[in-house]
Design a protein around this ligand. Structure first.
Ligand code: G6P
Length: 368
């Protein structure tokens, strides 16, 4: 087993560090200067034009990748998107038909609830695309089209490289739909594609230059009973994944909150013993996020901020700061989540938990 871990203490750490490669492999052959190529998806522009809704369905971490997908597809391809947890989707009588594009996301391709949602969607006449990491899995076999993520085997129960490659899958699909619909200028697509190509190198920089820093920040969590993750827009989606990671392996109660909603409840729970992870990458929401951070700081909370390198005034509003290499707003989640994964990892190690096999959890849940 030690050999399989390639010198890392845990599979989770190995998998976090494999992300630059996983991200590169998932983009390979799919970026082409001003358009994306998805060989496994067979939709004509005419068919894309007929979709009046996209329904994204998944569980756990994959659901969080779906939240990012919603933001991108609505913003770029201008198609309304719903995102559902698979076990909810099935029982809420979702309004889907042959004008719906259903996207199921599943690392394993075997999650029972996700598979059932896929089958239900097909029965209702929807077109189903799967984003999955396992070639030949049930989800891959049963969907009409597949976008494979090339993360390689993921052993640790807490998902890391599968998540970031699922986000890439969503970005590629969003661009594919956008180019079919012609809803964004060509120069803009060219820019996003060029920025996307640079993401794996930037992920590598975070891992090389940031891991030690995150390890020192983990000390804020050694004694606490709960923590909050806040952000707006895509940062809120990443906050939800960051909070799930912390719960899963550190057993600290963690909650993600949309920054603007804090004052409607969560603020009552904030004391000097609840560390706050504040994500502030989205440039159009930056000022508002900063004012929310000032609100929690005023309640004596310790705040750890994550923002782009260019936001040089954010450190004034927080106790600790971690800088993310610059990229366009829409691609920020691919980078922001990496230090959050590392943070959960180091907190879990410091607390002496079984990082790769957290209590009560399974890698793949094949019962409903
Ligand atoms: C389990 C795992 C999670 C995962 C979820 C969905 O709960 O512990 O890490 O996100 O299943 O799994 P899937 O294979 O469908 O992505």
């Amino acid at each position: 087993v030690a050999a399989e871990k390639g010198g890392y203490e845990h599979f989770m750490l190995k998998e976090i560090f494999e992300q630059p490669k996983a991200l590169r492999d998932t983009l390979a052959g799919r970026l082409n200067h001003d358009h994306v190529v998805l060989q496994e998806v067979d939709l004509t522009p005419k068919e894309v034009a007929l979709f009046n809704k996209v329904a994204i369905v998944a569980c756990g971490t994959a659901y969080h990748a779906g939240l990012i997908g919603k933001g991108l597809i609505e913003h770029w391809a201008k198609i309304p998107v719903e995102v559902d947890i698979a076990s909810e989707f099935r029982y809420r009588a979702p309004l889907i038909d042959d004008k719906t594009l259903v996207v199921v996301i599943s690392q394993s391709g075997e999650t029972a609830d996700t598979l059932a949602a896929l089958r239900e969607s097909k029965k209702k006449g929807a077109r189903v695309i799967a984003i999955t990491n396992v070639v030949g899995s049930s989800v891959a076999r049963e969907a009409h089209d597949v976008i494979h993520t090339w993360a390689g085997p993921e052993i640790a129960v807490a998902s890391t490289k599968a998540y970031t490659t699922q986000i890439e899958g969503m970005i590629l699909l969003a661009l594919y739909l956008t180019q079919a619909k012609g809803t964004m200028p060509k120069e803009w697509i060219t820019e996003i594609i060029s920025e996307l190509g640079k993401i794996p190198d930037k992920a590598e920089i975070i891992l090389k230059e940031g891991a030690e820093r995150i390890k020192t920040l983990a000390r804020y969590f050694e004694e606490v009973g709960s923590a909050f993750f806040i952000g707006r827009g895509l940062d809120w989606a990443v906050a939800q994944e960051g909070s799930l990671k912390l719960k899963e392996i550190s057993y600290i109660h963690a909650e993600a909150y949309a920054s603007g909603e804090l004052k409607h409840g969560t603020l009552a729970l904030i004391t000097e013993d609840t560390p706050i992870i504040a994500l502030a990458t989205q440039r159009d929401l930056y000022e508002k996020t900063v004012s929310n951070v000032i609100e929690v700081k005023a309640r004596d909370a310790k705040v750890i901020g994550f923002t782009f390198e260019g936001n040089t005034d954010f450190h004034k509003s927080v106790n600790e700061i971690f800088y993310i290499p610059e990229t366009v707003n829409e691609l920020a989640p691919l980078l922001t989540v990496i230090p959050l994964q590392l943070l959960s990892y180091y907190v879990s190690v410091a607390r002496g938990n079984d990082v790769d096999k957290p209590r009560n959890l399974a890698k793949s849940v094949t019962v409903e």
